[in-house]
Ligand binder design. Structure first.
Ligand code: RRO
Length: 310
């Protein structure tokens, strides 16, 4: 066990050719859809920012209530609200000229939608695209198509073919075998996988005797899902050669270290940003440096995957 503290751990990373000043990315859909808020997260210290998932046409999303705070985290059924890819160019323009590493999240129903959306994101200046193959509660999108390895493979391959920027596939944990989805993305040429999206879940109001969310089903995020995310990253790391971006329930630097030790090269944070604000980014970076120095790690790559050793 390495316990001698080297001076100043380096938390900068290289991910699929992108240089990030730290491994903490803003997860998709957090803070809404505006370029201003993504820019604010960058200025507050995020290593990269992921946009809300954007589709071909504007969409209002699901009816209210679409968010519910429960004991182990948060339930949401936003339902992919977004302004559509044409209108989204205005938000991306806000980020032009900043040094923010912007990852454009996209969703579609058909392979061709993903390819054309990815091209637009590339034109708008995105450093990478993230394919939403995992939203757990939208008919015809997300996990409904992303639970089938053959579909993951064909969508990923068409996007890889269409753009020159790295392609990240965001995978669903709502499956028996997440590794088969990760392998499909890797075989299709994805530069990385993102694991995990929210867990399909439900809450019932026992006094009203009905599901709390108007959509009935939603996605659970927050501390309660961290062990599921860590398990998925650990399994993927044994099966894949491409990098893994870990997400799910991270609220402290030690949580991030857990994901990195499971095999993640970077992490995304969401629910904690909603609860504690964007100041959390610089706090997590400082705390991760301190943790690594105390535990004798000089770099993220030195810490990555150590839980698989021995
Ligand atoms: O918009 C949403 O309801 C949503 C999306 Br796109 C997603 O990927 N995951 C999630 O929990 N909610």
């Amino acid at each position: 066990m390495r316990k001698t503290a080297p001076a100043g751990a380096d938390i900068g990373i290289e991910l699929a050719g992108l240089e990030l000043r730290n491994p903490f990315m803003l997860a998709s859909g957090i803070l809404g859809e505006t370029g201003d808020l993504l820019l604010a997260a960058h200025r507050a210290g995020a290593g990269a920012v992921v946009t809300k998932s954007i589709g071909t046409e504007p969409r209002d999303g699901h009816k209210n209530p679409c968010i519910y705070q429960c004991e182990s985290g948060m339930l949401n059924a936003m339902g992919l609200p977004n302004p559509g890819i044409e209108e989204f160019s205005k938000e991306m323009r806000v980020l032009k000229g900043s040094r923010a590493v912007v990852i454009g999240s996209i969703f579609g129903a058909k392979t061709q939608d993903f390819a054309s959306l990815a091209k637009k994101m590339q034109d708008y200046g995105a450093a990478a695209v993230e394919l939403n193959l995992s939203c757990p509660h939208a008919k015809g999108y997300g996990a409904e198509i992303g639970s089938n390895p053959a579909t993951v493979k064909s969508i990923t391959a068409s996007v890889v073919h269409a753009v020159d920027i790295p392609v990240f596939a965001k995978l669903t944990p709502n499956t028996r075998d997440i590794c088969s989805l990760g392998l499909a993305a890797e075989e299709a040429g994805a530069s990385a996988v993102v694991a995990i999206n929210t867990l399909r879940a439900m809450a019932i109001d026992p006094y009203i005797r009905k599901p709390v969310l108007a959509n009935r089903y939603g996605g659970l995020s927050g501390p309660g899902i961290k062990p599921v995310g860590v398990r998925c990253v650990f399994e993927l790391s044994e099966a894949l050669s491409i990098p893994i971006i870990g997400v799910g329930g991270i609220s402290t630097a030690v949580d991030a270290a857990e994901y990195i030790m499971a095999g993640a090269s970077a992490v995304q944070i969401g629910t904690v940003v909603q609860q504690k604000g964007i100041e959390i980014f610089s706090k997590l970076s400082e705390e991760l440096k301190e943790f690594m120095s105390r535990e004798g790690f000089r770099s993220i790559s030195q810490m990555r995957g150590v839980a698989h050793e021995g």
